[in-house]
Write a protein that binds this ligand. Sequence first.
Ligand SMILES: CC(C)(COP(=O)(O)OP(=O)(O)OC[C@H]1O[C@@H](n2cnc3c(N)ncnc32)[C@H](O)[C@@H]1OP(=O)(O)O)[C@@H](O)C(=O)NCCC(=O)NCCS
Length: 173
Amino acid sequence: MSERAASYDRGAMTEVVLTPKRAAESETEMVQVVLPNDANPLGFILGGTVMHLIDIAGAIACHRHTRTLLVTAAVDGLEFLHPIKVGDLIILKARVTCVFTTSLEVRVDVYSEETLTGRRQLTSRAFLTFVAIDRAGGRVRVPPLLVESEEERQECHAAHGRRAERLKRKSQA
Ligand SMILES: CC(C)(COP(=O)(O)OP(=O)(O)OC[C@H]1O[C@@H](n2cnc3c(N)ncnc32)[C@H](O)[C@@H]1OP(=O)(O)O)[C@@H](O)C(=O)NCCC(=O)NCCS
């Protein structure tokens, strides 16, 4: 069932059709080879480059879900578990975990893959929150997420917990 809604708060009223979507519909995978220009003197990809790619992969998945303009509101604590070296592939998999009212959370898993052996390792996992906006900066409601499996239900439940923590931190800042 689709729901019609309008952006609110500020700016022109932009009508959007809120057709629920599956996480699989917006799932995004990005792959690129790590080149010397992306690396530090040890030959490992720069943390800032990984963060940039995480932001892009997360944004693409959220754009595919919302089909609106978006801004990054938050990136949760990020760890780099293993280095990714020049010549390896960096693979980013982004999946929407939960949708709120005008914001949504996306999980981005980052892997390294050795080109000659195919050996893959999870190197980072990030949770980002994006907020849907219109051209005037007003907030826009985002389409609901169709939660289809027990795993997806648990992921969304966990996302609500992370959201509460973020908003608590924000209110204390
Ligand atoms: C993110 C931003 C839009 C939030 O604006 P705000 O007026 O503080 O937030 P609002 O009260 O309008 O809330 C809008 C939504 O954002 C969510 N939100 C706001 N701050 C958040 C935070 N720190 N973490 C997670 N979610 C947040 C709110 O929960 C709300 O979601 P909901 O409608 O689904 O409940 C605003 O701070 C901003 O524009 N920041 C700069 C963004 C930016 O430049 N990003 C980098 C480049 S894209």
